[in-house]
Structure formats: C-alpha cells, structure tokens
Design a protein around this ligand. Sequence first.
Ligand SMILES: C[C@H](O)CC(=O)SCCNC(=O)CCNC(=O)[C@H](O)C(C)(C)COP(=O)(O)OP(=O)(O)OC[C@H]1O[C@@H](n2cnc3c(N)ncnc32)[C@H](O)[C@@H]1OP(=O)(O)O
Length: 719
Amino acid sequence: MGRGRTEMEVGADGVAVITIVNPPVNALSLDVLVSLKENYEEALRRDDVKAIVLTGAGGKFSGGFDISAFQEGKTKQAKVDFSANDFLNDTLEGARKPSVAAIDGLALGGGLEVAMACHGRISTSTAQLGLPELRLGIIPGMGGTQRLPRLVGLSKALEMMLMSKSMNGDEAHALGLVDAIVSPDELVKTARSWALDIVELRRPWIKSLYRTDKLEPLGMAREILNFARDQAQKQAAKLQHPLICIDVIEEGIVSGPLAGLWKELYSSRMLQSSETSKSLMHIFFAQRATSKVPGITDIGLTPRRIRKVAIVGGGLMGSGIATALILSNYLVILKEVNENFLQSGIGKVKANLQGYVKKRKMTQEECGKALSLLIGVLDYEHFKDVDMVIEAVIENVSLKQQIFADLEKYCPPHCILASNTSTIDLNSIGEKTMSQDRIVGAHFFSPAHVMPLLEIVYTRTTSPQVVVDLLGVARKIHKTPIVVGNCTGFAVNRMFFPYSQAAALLVDHGLDVYQIDRVITKFGMPMGPFRLADLVGFKVAVATGTQYLQSFPERCYRSMLIPIMLQDKRIGESSRKGFYVYDEKWKASPDPDIKKYIEKSRSISAVTQGPKVIELADKDIIEMIFFPVVNEACRVLDEGIASKSSDLDIASIMGMGFPSYRGGTMFWADSLGANYVFSRLEEWSKMYGDFFKPCAYLKERATRGIPLSAQVNQAKSRL
Ligand SMILES: C[C@H](O)CC(=O)SCCNC(=O)CCNC(=O)[C@H](O)C(C)(C)COP(=O)(O)OP(=O)(O)OC[C@H]1O[C@@H](n2cnc3c(N)ncnc32)[C@H](O)[C@@H]1OP(=O)(O)O
C-alpha cells in the first residue's frame, strides 16, 4: 500500500509547486520521499522551470518523517536515511534552481529539516515549527542538527532540540528561521515570487548549511555546549540520546557541517535501534490509540456539547478538577456543604491559577477570566441546567449513593453523572438511582489540573454516548484518556496495589526501606514506594488497602507496617513524619526511628528474614516489585477491564510514573519475555506465597511463547 506522494504543478511563471500529500499530517514516508526526489529531478531537468516552491496539502507542511517506518525494520530505514540526506544536500540545497518552502500548519522534524534545506522559507504566523525528535529517543537525522544552529544560533537551536520545543511562525520569523510571514491565502503566491526574486538575484541565494553568521565563536560555542551537557544530565541522567545530539552538533561546529552530517547520519541510525527509541515510539502511538475503543468509538457516535459542569466537593481533587475545566473554558459550578469548605475550595482553585501566573504560564488577566467561569454554591439550585456533574467527595459509599440519588433529582435528564472515585465499584455508587446508563467514572489523578491522565470507567450499563462525551472533554482539557471497565481500583490503582504491597513484603522479609526507594528511583520512577506512601498519606493507603483486601483477598500481602505507624500518629508527609521525616522546607530525610515499627511489623507477620532477601541485587528488587504489577496488569487485560495492553503502558507511565523510556510496564515485560516473568513469579510464589502467583493469562502466554501485549483475540487465534 502506497503511503503518500507529492504532486507537481508548473506555472506559466516558471515556478514548479511541489505539494506533499500524505494525510493526516503529510508525514515523510518512503513513498513521499521517493516521489519528492523524482519530482525534484524532473523540475531541475525541465527548461520551463526556473524555481521551485515546496508546500504541503491541506494547510500542513509536514509533521516529519513517518514514525511508523522506524518501527518496521532497519534495512528499509537505512535506505531512507541515505537517499534523504543525499537528496537534501545535493539535489535540493545544491541545485541550480532555488527552492522556497511555503509553510503552514506543521513543519516538524524531517518536515522542518526539508524546509531548512530550501533557500528561503515563507510561513504563516500560526505554523508550528520544531525538531521534536528527541522526544522519540532519536536525534534529527536529515541535517537538522547542522542547519538549525546555523539559522537561529546555537543556544536557541539547543533549546529547541533538547526540549523538543516548537515555536510558531512569528517567533520563527523573529529568530530568522523563516524569512517572511504572510496569511495562508498569500502563502504560495508569496513563496513563488520570493523564489523568482532569488532567480533574478533580487534576494540572496542562501544555503543554510554553509551559513556561519549566527554561530557563536568557537570558545563560546564550547561553553554553551558544555552547559547544555550539564543540563541534559541533570534532567535525565539515564538518557544517552540528548548527549549524543550535543556531540553531533559540536562536530559540525568544530569540524564543519559535512563532518557534522556524517556524524548525524551514523548516530541517528544507531539511536533508531536503541531500546529507548523503541520504547518512546511505542508510547507515541500508544498514547494516540487510547481514544480508540472498540465498540464505543467505532459506532458512529460524536461527542455532545458540554458547556456547564458541576463539581460536588471542593477538596484537593474537586478544586483541581475545577481548575482544569475553567482553564479550558467550561462553566463550572462548585458545590460544598458549608461556606467554610466552599471558600477553602475556591481558594485552592485561585492558588492553582496563581501558580501559573507566578510561573508566567498565564497573565493576571487570563487568571481573572478563568475565575469568572467559576461559581461556588451550597445547594443544588444551579444544577438544573448542567451537562455533567463530577462527584469528588471522600471515598464513602453511602455518602456517594446519597449524592447520586440527589443528582438524579436535581439534574436534567441528559446530564452525565460522573464520579471521581479511585477505587469504589460504580455499580454500588449508582445503586439508589434509575440512571445507570449515564453513570460513569471520571478518575482524575492528583493534582488534577497537572496530571495528564484521565481514567474513564464504564459499567455494563453506561451508554457508549456518555463515554464518547467524556473522551471529548478529555481532549478539550488536554488529558490522555484511558477507557476501562468497572472493578475495584480500575486499571491504574489495580496496578498500584501490588507495587506497594511487594515493597512492604520485602521489608518484612528483611530489606531496608530506603534501599528499596533508592533502587526504584534509580530504575526511573520519580520516587520509591515508601516516599510515595508518605506523599499519598497513610490514611488513604489504609483505606484503599482495605478495598483490595476485600476484593482480592487471595493475593493480598497483609503488611502491618503502615497501620502500626498510623497508630503512632505518623500519617505521612502532611504530618512531617512517615517513612521519612520532613524539615521546614519539606525536604525528606531517612528516620532511624522507623526501625522499631519495622521490627514490630516483622514480628506480627512472623516471616523469617532470610539472607536471600537481604542480599538481593538491584535487578531482583526491581523485578520483585514490578513483576507483581505486570501480573496484575495481565489480569486486568484478561478480565477485559482494559481493551489493549498499550493502554496499560500509558496508564503505568501517566498514572504511576513508570519511566516512559522503558515503554510502560507491559512493553517492558515483553522486552524481558513472558516466560522469564512467569518463571520468576512462580519461583517466588513457592518461596513467599500466593502474592506472587502468576495468573492464568501470564502462564498461557509464557507457555505458548506469545507476547503479553498481543491482542487477546490475536493470541486466541493461535490456540
Ligand atoms: C529523520 C527525522 O529527523 C526524523 C523525524 O522527522 S521523526 C518525526 C518528527 N515529528 C514528530 O515527532 C511529530 C509527531 N507528531 C506530533 O507531534 C503530532 O501528531 C502532531 C503535532 C503532528 C499532530 O497532532 P494532532 O493534530 O493532535 O494529531 P495526532 O492525533 O497526534 O496525529 C494524527 C495522526 O497522525 C499520525 N502522525 C502524526 N505524526 C506522525 C509522524 N511523524 N509519522 C507518522 N504518523 C504520524 C498520528 O499517529 C495520528 O494517527 P492516527 O490518527 O492513526 O492515530
């Protein structure tokens, strides 16, 4: 199947307009690149062509190299790289006829690299230009590392590449990345006359690769590069590709652009086959696949308009959700039970917004405008015309049941009734209503205005329209949704509970709390399980732990450690005392005092601490903590709670903080092999009990040699 093409039209003015056509983003597939080269060669051959304008169809220049091609094997890719570089340097930039890029919409990655090889660039003010390759674990591979610094200077180029930061046309113009800004209607016309001006020598014929005027003197350039190295190390010590990108840029500055291009070619090929890039590219597609839900998003439904949303409960979650919604222009009614709580809730929303103002992410005026969309209330009077309600009160079933019964009474019949519960079964929440078809879970993660994930939970009776509506809301408030079925803990918290329990089990068996946190942080989690327990608070930990114990008693590890500490009024970070102690700046330090709690917990659990556990290598600790997570994720898939394994990868990254460069828990487990995960779990289940017992799904996949991530029916078809 062909993936895209280019089209050429030669005008009476002698300008050949070549258009990239590969919807939706005009990605540079192999077919597009080959066709581009053919059309270029023809344009250069033809006597009636004086100059070339390069543009993209449908108001988009190009979203860059076709990322799916990276995933399809190296051989094909190697050819693309070689011909693309050859083409850009010799055929395009080195041609006897000038090229001008006419940029609207997107010019990202390879798209911008092609544009930078042109002799001029005309853009619309809203076009988005950037080199976001590092986000995918690779570096620009079509000359971007060499041309961008020569067009915008080293510091700006480093910032754009290392932070995968794109800019709009106006900014690009101010920096010299584009030569002129025009309206979309004028774009191709202006590019044509610009190209002819170059032919007639009315404008300079510039080859970006050989410009030096924007480059800093060598000594200063080295300082800038070294500073960038330090920053890259600080931000992501485990990632190699940012440092490789800096080396490649340096090569071009020290030894000249051709040497730089060679190093770029060599390094980008090497990085394309790295584990990091495979993982990050998997995540790119996994993230986009979350809003494709079989049986829900493929039955012709479109999201209904949601204008006004009510939130019941102005605590941490409710105020965070309100913040997220008003930031996206929803009208929000925030309901509390008394004036004090209401003012405190509104105060939290204000503080959230002020946080953005302080960080210069919004102006005082925008903050005021957002706040004007928020109305605080104490009764249900304002609920008569809301389109959606999100209940965000404490995790108490009977309270939630009462609220939903009230909502049914006061809200209009079309109104979606959502709960932000993180663990409670939605069926029981809606038990006292007749509105089961419009009851849905909208599980936000704290802080709700910051965390990127929204878990949308549907029951057997939730109407698909309601799920589609919520997917629309998620998109509007810039959250990545995962749509999951109803059960205790849904998908994210079901993966979380074995994580904390495994850590507690290892401590009972003799391992040090702080060692576990260190190892897990080194693996790439933002914090270890004990530091996280402090952050969440022990009361919440015990409450959710109880839910799991009730729902999955056969595989819960019952540690007494947190309940014992709770008895002693250690409740976590909020009381400055949990597994760590916190100083006045909330800096965490280990506390020798926790020894006594651990000893007590060990004696209650009556486990014998073997030298085996104390001597565990880092790798074993990581596996003993994460393989139970993988095991639970397999159950979640097997039960149909999640529809695909890649959704769980996203859930683990955005909900748990699993490192994205490892591709998510399931992707990571597959990289180790189902059989390996299974055999280790089986070995531990013999030593430490059913907590580690591998589930049937994992056993079957391991025995048959099928990846954990293969679609359930795909795997069944092999049976
Ligand atoms: C050699 C070179 O240096 C290497 C490269 O160029 S690597 C590629 C560099 N480019 C990028 O990283 C850009 C990646 N894409 C994006 O950031 C965003 O898709 C975008 C800003 C272009 C558009 O965003 P948005 O409008 O929200 O649409 P989004 O849903 O993300 O994408 C639309 C579709 O295009 C696909 N797509 C986007 N960019 C793509 C690309 N570069 N290759 C292949 N497919 C791509 C998406 O997978 C999605 O497919 P789907 O509809 O089947 O799910």
